[in-house]
Structure formats: structure tokens, C-alpha cells
Design a protein around this ligand. Structure first.
Ligand SMILES: Cc1ncc(COP(=O)(O)O)c(C=O)c1O
Length: 389
């Protein structure tokens, strides 16, 4: 029938027959969802399989053994690949993804440039696994990344915004400089998500992230991925996953894919609350410093506005002491005291309780959830009042 569209496929033709690009909310709902046939579910359920039927040669079937591949992974990888603008490989955790990039790529005397203020797990891999093997690691704060340090580097690792300090660096400029020096570039995109920032479009070779946070968003699973454009890089990552067995469970992957449909909606509320809270906190005399890339006047704002489509649900603020921060957290009624971030439940922690993060003792990392914005702000303000000396 002329003019009919395929079932399940949104009509993207504008007057004049041009393809209208899909909005990010639409892309998130539909990413990796197969076209489907009569009687199919929209998103096929998880496939639980160790071996698959395999008659004849080992390459006679697409799926052979559960450590090599799984259709539930394939669907989620295709979703993540669409959102990041590359091809994704899913791993059992964000740290498994970070390790899959760092460990096989660097050998004795290779130079890695990495942020000194990155997520602590990444620094641990650098300091406890790479350096003892003879890899030379040059660490520099995110806000002070210096292209001079790229000379002789094999890999440049960026994390922007950084966890937990929320500093930002210019991916495009640093990727250009790193490539000119002959280095590959990886960006940890966990704090941003591909809905806010697409490192591959900005020149990075790899984007890596924990999917345990905003992307899955319900505080109920651990997962990670790397996305790249070079098919050789993708094949290397798959090979590492297969041979080291850093494979995700199909149920976690399916849950993450199911949750991806609401990520744009969730982020909309989360980012709105984060900005409103950052503004409310900035107006208080008893909050020493507020960090949120979306806040005008934040040191990260100018670069973040250029490369990020939204500023994320995470902010940081500093109270005068460890004791005040602990009293503040204890006085919160709605905000859950917990580590991690990005889920539908608003949560916060005194980040200095973890060893190794160079933040003030009174620094709170705050993750805005999906509760009503007014309720979250009211809870934080009452907890600040209640915890005042
Ligand atoms: C920036 C960043 N990268 C990587 C990771 C590791 O992710 P996962 O906890 O899923 O292993 C985290 C975890 O908090 C993180 O914040």
C-alpha cells in the first residue's frame, strides 16, 4: 500500500521526503528493539543459555556458547551502539569494561596519560595493576589536562565530568592533540551518558562507561560497556571478554535494556532537580562551594555547554566539616545515604569517607533522582537547617 509504513517503525519523512532525525527520547525508547513480526513481544525476553545447539562446524551458528555471545547482549549492544554512535561491547561491570580497555592495550614502558581525579577504581587499575608491570602512568587533574604530556603516549584516558569532583575537559581539543601525538583516546562517559555527550563524535576512539548508574537507573544491577568505531578495536574488546570471561548475565542485560526506554524521561527530571538544587545551594551561606557543570559561573560551565547536551543528575557541594556533612546526611528524610549515583532514588554520600579521593572532608556527592523536584529541595534545605551548628 503506497505511503504505508512498516509496523513498529515511526514515520520519519517530512514534507519533501527528507528523513527527519529522531529525537533522543524516541531513540532511547526504540534503541536495539527489533522490528518484530506478528505475535512477537516488543523486546524479546532474556535468553538463558550456556551451550546453544551446534551441529557441524564451530562457526555454523551465530550463537555457540554463552561466554562467546548471547542474543540479549546483541540487542543491548545494538542499543548502546546507536546511542554512542559506534559499536558497543557489554561487560559484567563498568570496571570490567575499564580493564578490558586498559589491561591488554598497555605493555611495559608504554605511556598512559590519565586523570589524577578520576573514579578511584580506574586509578587503582593504573597504580596497582599497570604501574607494577612497567607501564608509565602520567596523572594530571581533569581541569588541567596538558597536551604536552601526550608526547610519547600510547593512550590518553579522559573522564569528563570527573567523578567525584565534576571537573570537565575539552574532548575535541584533547583528542586532536592526542592523535597528533600518535595516541589513542578513551573517554569515561559514565557521568554524562550518551544522551548528554557523545565522545566518539568528538573525536575519541573509545567511550567507556558503567551502565550500573543512569543508563539502567534503578539501583539494581552492575554492568558496563565500551563503544568504538574501528572494527579491529571492537574485535579486540570481544576477544578480551571471551577469553577472560568478563561476561554479563543475560538477565542484568535485559533489565538494563528494558530500563533504557525511560532514560531520557528520567534524566529530564533528574537534571532539572540537580540544577534547581545547585542554584538553591549556591544561595546559602553555609554551603562553601557548589559544583555542577550546568551552573552558570561553575568553572566547568563553558566547556560543558559546548560538548554536553545536558549536565547530568550529579552535583557536589562542600560543608564546613566532616561532622557537619555527617549530621546533614543523618538529617535527610528522603535522600538516601548510599554510594553510587544515577538511579531513580535521590542519594548522597560524604565522598571523603572513601580513601583516595582528593575532596574536602565535608564534600557531599549528590545524585538527584526522579522524586518531585520540590520534595528533594525541601528535604535538603531542612537537613541543612537541622544540621547547622
Ligand atoms: C566514572 C566511573 N567509571 C567507572 C565506574 C565503575 O563502574 P562499575 O561500578 O559498574 O564497575 C564507576 C563506578 O562508580 C564510575 O563512577
Amino acid at each position: 500500500m503506497a505511503g504505508a509504513r512498516e509496523p513498529g517503525k515511526p514515520d520519519r519523512r517530512e514534507a519533501g521526503g527528507r528523513e527527519r532525525p529522531l529525537g533522543e527520547g524516541t531513540r532511547a525508547v526504540r534503541a536495539g528493539v527489533p522490528p518484530g513480526a506478528q505475535g512477537d513481544p516488543f523486546l524479546p525476553g532474556p535468553t538463558f543459555a550456556a551451550p546453544y545447539h551446534l551441529v557441524g562446524d564451530v562457526d555454523a551458528a551465530e550463537y555457540v556458547y554463552g561466554r562467546y555471545g548471547n542474543p540479549t547482549w546483541s540487542a543491548y549492544e545494538s542499543a548502546l551502539g546507536e546511542l554512542e554512535g559506534g559499536r558497543a561491547v557489554v561487560f559484567s561491570s563498568g570496571m570490567a569494561a575499564v580493564s578490558a580497555l586498559l589491561l591488554p592495550r598497555l605493555r611495559a614502558s608504554d605511556v598512559l596519560v590519565a586523570p589524577s581525579d578520576s573514579y578511584r577504581g580506574t586509578r587503582t587499575v593504573c597504580e596497582e595493576l599497570l604501574e607494577p608491570q612497567g607501564v608509565r602512568v602520567r596523572l594530571l587533574p581533569t581541569a588541567e589536562q596538558d597536551t604536552a604530556t601526550f608526547e610519547g603516549a600510547k593512550l590518553v584516558w579522559l573522564e569528563t565530568p570527573s567523578n567525584p569532583g565534576l571537573d570537565v575537559c575539552d574532548i575535541r581539543a584533547l583528542a586532536d592533540a592526542a592523535h597528533a601525538a600518535g595516541a589513542l583516546v578513551a573517554v569515561d562517559n559514565t557521568f554524562a551518558t550518551p544522551l548528554a555527550q557523545r565522545p566518539l563524535d568528538l573525536g575519541a576512539d573509545f567511550t567507556v562507561a558503567s551502565a550500573s548508574k543512569m543508563l539502567s537507573g534503578h539501583a539494581d544491577l552492575i554492568l558496563g560497556y565500551v563503544a568504538a568505531r574501528d572494527p579491529e578495536h571492537v574485535a579486540e574488546l570481544r576477544h578480551w571478554r571471551t577469553e577472560t570471561g568478563s561476561v554479563p548475565g543475560p538477565f542484568e542485560v535485559w533489565l538494563a535494556h528494558r530500563s533504557l526506554a525511560t532514560v531520557a524521561l528520567r534524566l529530564e527530571r533528574q537534571c532539572e532537580t540537580a540544577l534547581a538544587l545547585a542554584e538553591a545551594l549556591s544561595a546559602r551561606d553555609d554551603v562553601l562551594e557548589v559544583r555542577y557543570p550546568g551552573l552558570e559561573g561553575d568553572p566547568a560551565h563553558a566547556v560543558a555547554s559546548r560538548q554536553m547536551a545536558r549536565f547530568g543528575p550529579i552535583l557536589g557541594f562542600t560543608l564546613e566539616s566532616r561532622e557537619r556533612a555527617e549530621r546533614f546526611l543523618a538529617a535527610c528524610r528522603l535522600v538516601i545515604e548510599a554510594t553510587s549515583f544515577g538511579g531513580v532514588h535521590t542519594s548522597a554520600e560524604r565522598r571523603g569517607r572513601w580513601p583516595g579521593d582528593a575532596v574536602p572532608e565535608g564534600f557531599i556527592r549528590f545524585s538527584a533522582g526522579c522524586e518531585d523536584t520540590g520534595d528533594v529541595i525541601a528535604d535538603v534545605l531542612q537537613a541543612l537547617d537541622a544540621s547547622a551548628p
